[in-house]
Write a protein that binds this ligand. Structure first.
Ligand code: 13P
Length: 251
């Protein structure tokens, strides 16, 4: 049985005051979350505050990105061991916003996967097609290429130590959610693709959906056999909405 995971990607949002308010709201409502594992990924500067507030609660936390290097002259970068130093369990890698705005390639993302594992972090490995790619009928080709890059670089066993987040780019922050059928179809494809390398890894791997997931559409997405949770952007910034998604996994 795969335990659902609901993770919040706060992206580049928040202030110290709003982060404190959000964390207080999450702590107050987390007891109603019975089934899902829960995590938040704040901007790096807020990680010490998140650690101080969430230590000893069932909510885990993580980074939004990491460097492929462990230390050194890489201005502005954050190394995996720094994240683990502040109690991070997870780190998002390969988010489409980093692929698009920071030119991250499949190869670099695969290297980040290895760097995360080396630091003892669980990668939340994001994949997904753009609108143009979906309309051209190459969704499966795109996600297969993104997965294969990690399998080739890290090996399928290491892939199995992470979590995959399928995030169709056209559904991120647009209010356009993939239908449960569209999402399930791609999730099943992803699992089957990994099964070609290792069936046991494929069966155990959690595949989250991300893209305009909200309390109102979470239950119907999570009801699908290959959707094992969510990576939540906008709705993770409001405690009530995020907890609403987390409790949708209870049923
Ligand atoms: P939204 O939930 O805001 O669409 O963002 C999804 C996402 O990119 C999570 O990583």
């Amino acid at each position: 049985m795969r335990q659902p995971l609901v993770a919040g990607n706060w992206k580049m949002n928040g202030s110290l005051a709003s982060v404190r308010e959000l964390l207080a709201g999450l702590k107050a409502g987390i007891d109603d979350v019975k089934v899902a594992e829960v995590a938040v990924c704040p901007p790096a500067v807020f990680i010490p505050e998140v650690q101080a507030q969430l230590e000893g609660t069932p909510i885990a936390w993580g980074g939004q990105d990491l460097s492929v290097h462990e230390s050194g002259a890489y201005t502005g970068e954050i190394a995996g061991p720094m994240l683990t130093d502040f109690g991070c369990k997870y780190v998002i890698i390969g988010h489409s916003e980093r692929r698009t705005y920071h030119g991250e390639t499949d190869q670099l993302v695969a290297e980040k996967f290895t760097a995360a594992r080396k630091a003892g972090l669980v990668p939340l490995f994001c994949i997904g097609e753009t609108q143009e790619e979906r309309e051209s009928g190459i969704t499966e080709e795109v996600v297969a290429r993104q997965i294969d890059a990690v399998i080739e670089h890290c090996g399928v066993d290491m892939l199995g130590e992470g979590v995959i987040a399928y995030e169709p780019v056209w559904a991120i922050g647009t209010g356009l959610t993939a239908t449960p059928e569209q999402a399930q179809e791609v999730h099943a494809f992803i699992r089957q693709r990994i099964a070609q390398s290792n069936a046991e890894v494929a069966e155990g791997l959690r595949i989250l959906y991300g893209g305009s997931m909200k309390p109102g559409n979470a239950a119907e997405l999570l009801a699908n056999p290959d959707i094992d949770g969510g990576l939540i952007g906008g709705a993770s910034l409001k405690a009530e909405d995020f907890l609403g998604i987390c409790t949708a996994a209870n049923d």
